[in-house]
Design a protein around this ligand. Structure first.
Ligand SMILES: C[S@@+](CC[C@H](N)C(=O)[O-])C[C@H]1O[C@@H](n2cnc3c(N)ncnc32)[C@H](O)[C@@H]1O
Length: 188
């Protein structure tokens, strides 16, 4: 199961548009402390009414990510460029507040962080950003690193290096194979 997690959304029209996307791309909706009554999001939700009705509400981000396999946080200019990122199956997406985005603490709770590459002003509308990420993930979902390989790499590399340099970038299968080859060469 994959979810789109909205952290303290402020603009009902954006949440409605994201509910519509959640229907189109089949994500569960999880919302942390919405700043408005969700009824107000109905107008722009269009065919996403059921997704909006079934949205799960949480008091904090920690509870909202509980039980999800792999969560990707989104932040203009931070983390890995979306074009370089390969999602695995059931990759969830965390989307920040319209005013201030996601805090560093909230990004820390994600398994990886991506940014959408833009030409100039890096921040784009919240629901537009969600559409771009969902569409990109739909094109390459499942090509990401499988868990067996993750376990193997974990057994031979220092955990801090692993967390910061490798898993945050969520290498694709071919990148992981190359990485394993390089690590083997280094240890020979
Ligand atoms: C209007 S933006 C918030 C901008 C805020 N100043 C920041 O730095 O995150 C609202 C949300 O849309 C998503 N978003 C907007 N532009 C993005 C980009 N270029 N890359 C990734 N996510 C983006 C993020 O989830 C962000 O928290």
């Amino acid at each position: 199961m994959k979810a789109v997690i909205l952290v303290e959304p402020e603009i009902p029209e954006n949440t409605g548009s994201i509910a519509r996307l959640a229907h189109n791309y089949d994500y569960q909706i999880r919302i942390v402390n919405p700043e408005f009554n969700l009824e107000k999001a109905r107008k722009t939700a269009k065919n996403g009414q059921e997704k909006l009705r079934n949205a799960k509400i949480y008091d904090n981000v920690e509870e909202a990510v509980d039980g999800l396999d792999f969560v990707v946080g989104t932040k203009p200019g931070k983390g890995v460029g979306l074009k370089e990122f390969t999602p695995r199956d059931n990759t969830s997406i965390m989307i920040g507040r319209e005013s201030s985005g996601l805090s560093n603490e909230e990004l820390e709770m994600c398994d990886a962080v991506v940014h959408i590459e833009t030409e100039d002003y890096r921040s784009i509308n919240q629901s537009h950003a969600t559409a771009i990420v969902m569409h990109s993930f739909a094109e390459t979902e499942g090509e990401g690193l499988d868990l067996d390989k993750k376990e193997y790499i974990s057994s031979i590399v220092d955990s801090e290096v692993l967390e910061k340099l490798i898993f945050r970038a969520n290498p694709s299968e071919s990148e992981a194979n190359r990485l394993i080859g390089d690590l083997k060469d280094m240890s020979d």
